[in-house]
Design a protein around this ligand. Structure first.
Ligand SMILES: C[S@@+](CC[C@H](N)C(=O)[O-])C[C@H]1O[C@@H](n2cnc3c(N)ncnc32)[C@H](O)[C@@H]1O
Length: 231
């Protein structure tokens, strides 16, 4: 699926119909900061970090196709990229990064605990962790001719076949409290949570589809964004 998503949902965007970094300014001044991208995909968020003058660019992604795309996009930089699952550490330095972030990738993890534990070890004390992912309500609500339906139990967690794809795509489903409690457990203090949507005719024309149905988007948050600090 990599070519279909090349350069989509990358910083300064956090996700479909979500407010952007231009508005939120969660990262603050990136100049001179060492940054690590978890699930870096085609590398477009790392490219954004380069444009914001980060001093070091690091990224990890499970997919060879994505790492090849990111290698091409970032060829004029010194970016260090790892083809690896985020659940393990392929050689990323510990207590090293000012910023670790993940844009629409963390919810793929098959082991949230190991992933957050790793992220905590990569960060310097006081470092920032920011991630965006599909809002836990959005994935449980279905839209049809009769309106919106809560067709899945909110209590249900674990792997499920995400309906937005044309073929099986197994993702993990967590409750909001699971994210919050896991972050807290792994020493990542929550500084801010954002679940707003931004709706405009321009975004509607660009992003509306079967999954990001207009009626649903106007009533249910699409994206959750967390900003945390390593304590
Ligand atoms: C929507 S894309 C990310 C886009 C990217 N963050 C950006 O800013 O352009 C999700 C990425 O997560 C990666 N991914 C999925 N499961 C993973 C895992 N367990 N470990 C590492 N990467 C994973 C996929 O290969 C894919 O590139």
């Amino acid at each position: 699926m990599a070519p279909r998503f090349y350069g989509r949902t990358a910083l300064p965007e956090y996700g479909p119909f979500a407010p952007t970094e231009n508005e939120l300014n969660l990262f603050g001044d990136i100049r001179g900061k060492k940054v690590l991208d978890i699930g870096c995909g085609s590398g477009h968020s790392l490219k954004y970090m380069e444009e914001c003058q980060a001093s070091e660019l690091w990224g990890v992604d499970l997919s060879r196709t994505q790492i090849e795309a990111a290698t091409g996009l970032l060829k004029d930089t010194m970016a260090k990229l790892f083809e690896s699952p985020m659940e393990g550490n392929p050689g990323i330095p510990e207590t090293y990064f000012d910023i670790v972030y993940s844009i629409y990738a963390l919810g793929w993890t098959t082991d949230l605990e190991s992933t957050l534990k790793n992220i905590h070890t990569y960060l310097k004390a006081g470092g920032t962790f920011i991630f965006s992912w599909e809002h836990p309500l959005f994935s449980r609500v279905r839209s049809d001719d009769q309106g919106l339906k809560f067709d899945k139990s909110y209590h249900e967690e674990g792997p499920y076949d995400h309906q937005a794809w044309d073929h099986p795509a197994i993702m993990q489903q967590y409750k909001m409290s699971t994210y919050i409690n896991s972050l807290v457990k792994h020493g990542l203090q929550i500084v801010q949570m954002i679940e707003d949507v931004r709706i405009s005719e321009e975004l509607k024309a660009r992003d509306e589809n079967r999954w990001y149905n207009w009626d649903k988007v106007q009533k249910v948050p699409t994206t959750i964004i967390f900003k945390c600090k390593k304590v």
